[in-house]
Design a protein around this ligand. Structure first.
Ligand code: ADP
Ligand code: MG
Length: 322
């Protein structure tokens, strides 16, 4: 099967919203009047972001999910995406499964594939998503002292699964299955991001761990934050399981160092609390309030008695020397 047959068979559908989709030199989209385009790219490299033998259907899901998560963090509505794919060889069952995972998430969000590039090479998937924002987007730079700090869903389980799969950590099978699902099939919080427009101040999606990603918000906003250790540690789904042997401090560390969770962290003023909870209910998104924003820069994690806990490792950084 050649390059163009492959594109036609697995990655071509008639355009829906796009004026021109796959098949010409450029795709064409007509932005709706009064909207802004939100654009984001994420690349997944075999051996770095996923194991070579990962279930291809999960990989197709995740490649798009991590991109949709960026749209969610800005309060943008998904419109379309492009797919740049390097494949070592054409394996049709692999491609069919990959495409299944990809289309299923794309359809769930009404996000159409409008183009891309296909080449032979070490397995590598780069997706660019396009979304639209109306009015004020959610930005990292908008946190204000006095804001409350919220996180959607659960945190830290993806990292736990990664460590278990790498043999660095033992996990009971049922815990591994649950954590692995978080690693391989994250849920982008698109509906929540949309519902928080006009309510939340700052937002970010959590792809490199709470400590690091929250740090980006604090820096961009010129503020600091206090996080309650107990509330944060409770975000680890595995710790709610009777098979969890790690205790509270390991749970806290997993949550702070985390990574690959693709949940949203956001801030909102106390007066907006009811509106925030309403947005969570309306979008069926679990939400936890874990702290607040303060004027004093830096991140402080407090124990139940209000005493600061020492913070060690930082977040994930591909180019940081050890
Ligand atoms: P060009 O050489 O003009 O850049 P290509 O020959 O690379 O175009 O691709 C042909 C068409 O197929 C283009 O419309 C391109 O956007 C689309 N395309 C290529 N690879 C993919 C892919 N993996 N998924 C979706 N569309 C793709
Ligand atoms: Mg090309």
């Amino acid at each position: 099967m050649g390059e163009f047959d492959l594109i036609a068979r697995y990655f071509t559908r008639p355009p829906v919203r796009a004026l021109v989709g796959v098949g010409d030199d450029c795709a064409l989209l007509q932005p709706r009047p009064g909207t802004q385009l939100a654009i984001s790219s994420d690349m997944l490299v075999a051996g770095r972001h996923f194991f070579d033998d990962v279930n291809p259907e999960h990989l197709g899901h995740k490649a798009l999910a991590v991109n949709l998560s960026d749209l969610a963090a800005c309060g943008a509505r998904p419109l379309a995406f492009t797919l740049a794919l390097a494949l070592p060889e054409v394996q049709e069952p692999w491609l069919a499964a990959f495409a299944r995972g990809l289309w299923s998430l794309a359809d769930a969000h009404g996000c159409e594939l409008i183009g891309g590039d296909t080449t032979r090479g070490p397995l590598n998937i780069c997706i660019t998503v396009l979304g639209e924002t109306e009015g004020q987007p959610l930005l990292r730079s908008a946190a204000r002292p006095g804001d409350e700090l919220y996180v959607s869903g659960t945190l830290g389980d993806a990292r736990l699964a990664l460590q278990a799969l790498q043999g660095q950590q033992a996990l009971p099978p049922e815990l591994l299955a649950q954590a692995r699902q978080r690693l391989e099939q994250p849920t982008p919080r698109v509906a929540l991001g949309l519902a928080l427009r006009g309510i939340a101040h700052a937002a970010i999606d959590l792809s490199d761990g709470l400590r690091g990603d929250l740090g980006h918000v604090l820096k961009a906003s010129g503020v600091g934050a206090v996080v309650e250790a107990e509330a944060a540690a409770g975000l680890l789904a595995a710790a709610r399981h009777p098979g969890w042997r790690g205790g509270a401090s390991a749970a806290l560390e997993a949550v702070l160092a985390g990574g690959d969770d693709y949940e949203l962290a956001f801030t909102a003023p106390p007066a907006a609390r009811e509106a925030v909870l309403q947005a969570a209910r309306q979008t069926h998104t679990p939400l936890t309030r874990i702290g607040r924003i303060e004027a004093e820069p830096g991140l402080r994690v407090l124990d139940a008695q209000g005493r600061p806990l020492p913070l060690q490792a930082t977040s994930f950084d591909h180019f940081k020397s050890p």
